[in-house]
Ligand binder design. Structure first.
Ligand SMILES: Nc1ncnc2c1ncn2[C@@H]1O[C@H](COP(=O)(O)OP(=O)(O)OP(=O)(O)O)[C@@H](O)[C@H]1O
Length: 341
């Protein structure tokens, strides 16, 4: 659906040539929620501007539904851009227009009749949960409500792709959650492809199917959200994952746990996807004459299933403990004996 090939964007600056996007190739499937994460300056905004044709690449190409966004201009580009809409961190609403008028605005530009505009706007207002607020002005709305208007406006022309530029960064955590839930429900109900850029890993964890990590203009890691969270490869990805993971692996924490649970072994189990629902622990306890204590654990949900860790204290003979660990590994549960050194 979206195909980026060797996409590169360079800017001429006072300090010389700056490569904001550096040879990025990736494809995004229809109906996917694809996240792009990176720190400030990584090139995310430039990439998203290349996606909607606001910037032309220095090299490489952007294809959306077989239309070469990177090559078309004028009327053709304007038409294509109606199918690629966007929501913004600061909402970009028209302050002198009501909720309904804001949502009608792109329809006006597209030359839709007044009766049709009215019907479409009311339908969208209901979809984003703003019924009753049709005639309010943006200044009378909360941040979350403003973003709902932004979403409704973005959906007005039935886009194929919704680009989200740090769409929840200005919102509190609870409002962020409700906006992300709305995006997931729109993705599921309308089959809309969503590409979002963010610097917050919890946004990726909550709604994305796949994620690309950007650093200095390059995509340095790309994968399914579950596997990226379970097994990040690159240092920068590990740092992002650590944003949303308890500091349970810190050697201090382990040493502290060792003091509380001095006997036997402390073993960390890593679960992923369906495994979180399997009765592995029941089997473990039934099969081996060892004592199993739950020390700590957490399970996180993603759009691709759950993942999590569980720290156990296993007490018994060395041999039985070793056999128990082998059994877990045999069931594809990742295990790690925590030594804390
Ligand atoms: N029009 C431009 N002219 C010159 N340099 C630019 C231009 N646009 C972006 N840059 C530079 O390109 C690099 C990438 O910027 P970009 O805004 O894409 O990063 P980002 O990951 O979106 O960061 P942020 O979240 O801070 O916007 C930065 O070094 C930025 O200064």
């Amino acid at each position: 659906m979206i195909e980026l090939k060797n996409l590169t964007k360079r800017f001429q600056t006072d300090k010389g040539v700056l490569t904001a996007v550096d040879d990025v190739s990736l494809s995004i499937s229809k109906g996917e929620i694809f996240g792009i994460i990176g720190y400030s300056g990584a090139g995310k905004s430039t990439l998203i501007r290349l996606l909607n044709g606001l910037e032309k690449p220095t090299a490489g190409s952007v294809d959306i539904q077989n239309r070469k966004i990177s090559a078309i201009r004028g009327v053709e580009l304007r038409k294509a851009r109606q199918k690629v809409s966007m929501i913004f961190q600061h909402f970009n609403l028209l302050w002198s227009r009501t909720v309904k008028e804001n949502i009608e605005f792109p329809l006006e530009i597209a030359g839709v009749s007044k009766t049709e505009r009215n019907a479409r706007a009311l339908e969208l207002i209901e979809l984003v949960g703003l019924t009753g607020r049709e005639n309010a002005y943006p200044s009378q709305l909360s941040g979350g409500q403003k973003q709902r208007v932004g979403i409704a406006r973005a959906l007005a022309n039935d886009p194929e792709v919704l680009l989200c530029d740090e769409a929840t960064s200005a919102l509190d955590p609870q409002t962020t959650d409700s906006i992300l839930d709305l995006l997931v429900s729109i993705n599921e109900r309308l089959g809309l492809t969503i590409v979002l850029i963010t610097h917050e890993m919890h946004v990726i964890r909550k709604i994305c199917h796949r994620v690309a990590v950007m650093e200095a203009g390059k995509v340095v890691e790309l994968g399914d959200v579950l596997s990226i969270f379970q097994m990040p490869r690159e240092q920068i990805t590990k740092r992002f994952v650590a944003q949303v993971t308890e500091a349970e692996d810190a050697s201090e924490t382990i040493r502290h746990l060792r003091e509380i649970y001095p006997a036997g072994e402390l073993v960390k189990l890593g679960f992923i996807g369906d495994q979180t629902e399997q009765p592995v622990l029941t089997e473990l306890i039934r099969k081996f004459p060892i004592e199993v204590n739950i020390v700590q654990g957490n399970i996180s949900r993603t759009q691709r299933g759950a993942y999590g860790t569980l720290m156990l204290q296993l007490k018994g003979s060395e041999e039985e403990i070793r056999a128990a660990i082998a059994f877990l590994e045999d069931r594809n549960v990742r295990t790690e004996v925590m030594t804390g050194v």
